[in-house]
Design a protein around this ligand. Sequence first.
Ligand SMILES: C[S@@+](CC[C@H](N)C(=O)[O-])C[C@H]1O[C@@H](n2cnc3c(N)ncnc32)[C@H](O)[C@@H]1O
Length: 230
Amino acid sequence: MKREIIITSDGSSTIHIPEWDEQYHSKHGAIQEAYHVFIKNGFQYFNELDSSTTNQNISILEIGFGTGLNAFITFIEAKKLNRKIDYFGVEAYPVSFDEVEKLNYSKTLESGQYDDVFSKMHNLSWEEKHEITKDFSLTKQKKFFDEIEAINQFNIIYFDAFGARVQPELWTELIFLIMYKALKTGGVLVTYAAKGSVRRAMQAVGFTVERLPGPPGKREMLRATKAINN
Ligand SMILES: C[S@@+](CC[C@H](N)C(=O)[O-])C[C@H]1O[C@@H](n2cnc3c(N)ncnc32)[C@H](O)[C@@H]1O
């Protein structure tokens, strides 16, 4: 499918798929959305819950590595919070080097000293664990989401698939059961989506689900917890 780079309302770029009229991020601001949904309500939230074990690595699975924006802002945030991260990105259709060069995240985030990290994340080989720094490892896996077989492995899942309007098969009980199994007990899954059918599919496989205020342009988002007493 044809993909083109566009600029969103906060000045950060994203990829647009004309055939589906769908974007990799919100048109109201790619960085703002990523920060609100995945960092604030995912990583920062979990970090506060888990404050007694700050010496342990947090393991994060991203559903749809795409442009690498979530991985990059997680890297920057982990530096600020002084947390060690093992990051896993699953992606069936990686972006091209040409596309990566056109994304303006390093510039928009004014990430200065970490500028080379974004391109490094894309240049690293797939299917292998790489130490970006001694405190941040990245493993990219080129496969479909329904091929994930991890059990009790992750503290956090960033569920960032395309919307149910274009890929309804990715918002089903089948997929959320895979996510539920992949999370450790006490782990959380965050997503920008807020549809009732998505919330019910999460609850049906055992998640405890909260509706939270959404990022700019969206009323709500969801956070699902694999509760300790389930
Ligand atoms: C909303 S975009 C992801 C955005 C990404 N998190 C980012 O920050 O750029 C959804 C991603 O899922 C990937 N994808 C779509 N269907 C998939 C599938 N069945 N299995 C694995 N990846 C898939 C797409 O190629 C795309 O990169």
